[in-house]
Ligand binder design. Structure first.
Ligand code: NAD
Ligand code: MG
Length: 384
């Protein structure tokens, strides 16, 4: 069997670097075709020298010369800028595009990759939050598969293998609850950036770590699940499971529930997404029951963690509301990370944007782009 040629968008991040470890451990199955990064030139160069892709893209154009000076003589093509990122995904040699970049920036490259007929291993959940209907319709029209990388969605997908004819009654997305589980609003008003950046079970990029602390990550995942699995809103529920061992659960129409379990390690869902339908052998650490004598479950506290409620509200209203939610959240998280607003103010910014940015029931791509721009403007205004 020929090795799959993989393009990794966002190779210098948490998911990107773990994907490279998976690929390196399975040279018969995977080959790196393209690597891209926002601005970390040195890591991109080091990755290119190790993995010998056909081409790399750096979004920050000021880094082009620096990278090209090293990679040109190694016969690795170097491109720079947002447009190059959007175009590279159509390269003929690519079989699978792993979207491991963060935020709204994933939307256009993902749509272009689908348009070029490339299968998608999707880590970039924001793309489905912003324009899930558009993206999944495009994938269907092109006969392209979207393999989830997000651990909860990978769990659901793994539970569904062999069940394609059996309708889903309900899914439960598990949530660790993050570092502030059990805290009240008064506590949350005082939490610091450093505390929010310390996730109990997962090591991830800064944006998703803050989203996990505010439970926005779970809200985004509810919307992601709707589009990935074609569900009605009321078929999706969230259950807090602090140990992060049960990665999510599907309930079928006979009442039977299937769950996927394992230690929290993103390499497994990454490998499953790019290796599907094969389960490739791995040396990832194995689960030991005696290390986890208790697996527990509790209701999420949507009153204290308002972001989760706001995400459900946005999903219920539909149209461009999830796009507004996402854009406002990206600006709010960035402001929190730069000490411009407190933890709870993130929800204020998002709620305000949801209530004030124009509503569009069935947006096209241009309207999603306008919504994103308008929401960012509004959110930046609010933050001051
Ligand atoms: P990260 O911040 O560690 O890495 C982001 C990568 O994207 C970097 O390579 C960066 O150079 C690139 N990038 C950032 N902004 C960009 C832009 N504007 N244009 C182009 N490239 C850009 O993030 P991460 O934790 O690896 O997360 C990546 C995606 O995967 C996110 O959508 C996140 O929600 C999702 N995800 C991550 C995890 C995890 O464990 N880290 C788990 C599930 C889902
Ligand atoms: Mg997840």
């Amino acid at each position: 069997m020929k090795a799959k040629n993989i393009a990794i968008l966002g190779s210098t991040g948490s998911i990107g670097t773990q994907a490279l470890e998976v690929i390196q451990a399975n040279p018969k199955h995977f080959k790196v075709e393209v690597l891209t990064a926002n601005s970390n030139a040195d890591l991109l160069i080091a990755q290119a020298l190790t993995h010998r892709p056909n081409a790399v893209v750096i979004c920050d154009e000021s880094k082009f010369q620096y990278i090209n000076d090293v990679l040109f003589e190694k016969d690795i093509k170097v491109y720079a800028g947002k447009d190059a990122l959007a175009q590279i995904v159509a390269m003929e040699e690519i079989d699978v595009v792993l979207t491991a970049l963060v935020g709204y920036a994933g939307l256009v490259p993902t749509l272009n990759a689908i348009d070029a007929g490339k299968h998608i291993a999707l880590a970039n959940k924001e793309t489905l939050v912003v324009a899930g209907e558009l993206v999944t319709a495009a994938a269907k029209a092109k006969g392209v598969n979207i393999y989830p990388v997000d651990s909860e969605h990978s769990a659901i997908f793994q539970c569904l293998v062999g069940e394609w004819e059996n309708p889903i009654e309900k899914i439960y997305l598990t949530a660790s609850g993050g570092p502030f589980r059990g805290k009240n609003q008064e506590d949350l008003a005082k939490v610091t950036k450093a505390q929010a950046l310390k996730h109990p079970n997962w090591e991830m990029g800064a944006k998703i770590t803050i989203d996990s602390a505010s439970l926005m990550n779970k809200g985004l995942e509810v919307i992601e699940a709707k589009w990935l699995f074609g569900l009605k809103n009321e078929q999706i529920d969230v259950i807090v499971h602090p140990q992060s061992i049960v990665h999510s659960i599907v309930q079928f129409q006979d009442g039977s529930m299937k769950a996927q379990m394992g230690l929290p390690d993103m390499k497994l869902p990454i490998q499953y997404a790019i290796g599907y339908p094969k389960r490739l052998p791995s040396d990832f650490p194995r689960f030991n029951f005696l290390d986890y004598p208790t697996l527990s479950f509790e209701q999420p506290d949507k009153k204290t963690f308002r972001n989760l409620q706001l995400a459900f509200d946005a999903l219920e209203k539909g149209g461009n509301m999830p796009c507004i939610l996402n854009a406002a959240n990206e600006v709010a998280v960035d402001a929190f990370l730069h000490d411009k607003i407190g933890f709870l103010e993130m929800s204020d910014v998002i709620e305000n944007c949801l209530n004030s940015v124009f509503f569009i029931k069935t947006p096209n791509l241009a309207q999603y782009q306008e919504t994103d721009t308008e929401t960012r403007r509004k959110a930046i205004d609010l933050i001051g």
